[in-house]
Design a protein around this ligand. Sequence first.
Ligand SMILES: Cc1ncc(COP(=O)(O)O)c(C=O)c1O
Length: 376
Amino acid sequence: MRRVFLDHAATTPLLQVARDAMLPWLDGRPANASSLHASGRKAKDALDMARETFSSALGCLFGEVVFTSSGTESCNLALVGVALAHPGQRRRILVSAAEHHAVLHTRPILERLGFQVDLVRVGPDATVDLDDLQSKLGDNVLLVSVMQANNEVGTLNDIPAIVAAARKHGVLVHTDAVQTFPLCGKVDGLGVDLLSFAAHKFGGPVGVGGLYVRGGTPVAPTAVGGGQEREMRAGTENIAACVGAAAACQRNIDSAEMIEAAKSGARDAFLLELGDTAVFSMPGSSKLPGHAHVRFPGVDNESLLIRLDRMGVEASAGAACSSGSIEPSHVLLAMGWSEAEAREAVRFTIGYETSVDDAFWAAAVVREAVSAVRSA
Ligand SMILES: Cc1ncc(COP(=O)(O)O)c(C=O)c1O
């Protein structure tokens, strides 16, 4: 049966170049980059080369890239690590209401550390309300965390504008660039102090991510032990994953224009074929090229997704709760949608391997599934 995967914001298939780069490191050779013997030195060289690729993608120094196990760990380390390292008077942290849970769910930990976490309002397109941010900034704020692109609706925050507002008060800025890296821009242009990324979002393997930490920004480790990653993240580095991630990163940079054009071409074909079956959530806003976030009035998203899965189209909505059903997305609620509207939303995300033919076929399947759910 034909299947089309349209959930690339959740994860992406491994690129062939990443697989090829990883294979030699999966052949049974010992690979601990902290060991002083020849095998260890070889692993260290490979790790250094991978780190070099990431630092050049970000335009930062080699030592400013810290490898982690995921985007989640990277975001956790940015917020909790910065909080742990700052015992001073700045006891407030600002995060946008549309952040990923990897940021939002650090709140109870930060509160236990004595910080107050304030949510910054977002507008109807999920981007930060700059007036609300400015009104909340002050000399008692330590850190602002705002994502570059929203993972659900795909819209982009103006990170330099957020940095400019924060700098007036000497506030540090973290951006979650998990949905945009490595095409997020260089850190000097963005102006941020910390930036998170995850390899499985751009054709690299699951199990590796990273945090850019501007030199001189104090970050205390949340994993302690061997002192790896310049004392910011202990634990033996996953050489195969880091090497694969670097290969995927380079491929994305080398083929950026082609990948972006292919994604937006397939996305536009998908939306065209969907026609008035769906309401496109973000018609005018600046957005990621592969995102098609839509609402099907009168259609329960959970029933639709189950039916689509059976018919060969894989997409998603909101987040699964512990009972396995879909909770209305906190992002859509923050944007001002009602719970009922949020339960009609579905996120389709196109990837580098999605063809225009896949997009047309998938949209035709969606139309059929929607009318089946409506008449059920
Ligand atoms: C914006 C954003 N931040 C963080 C994460 C977490 O990344 P990971 O799945 O690598 O833990 C995701 C994953 O969906 C994401 O989309």
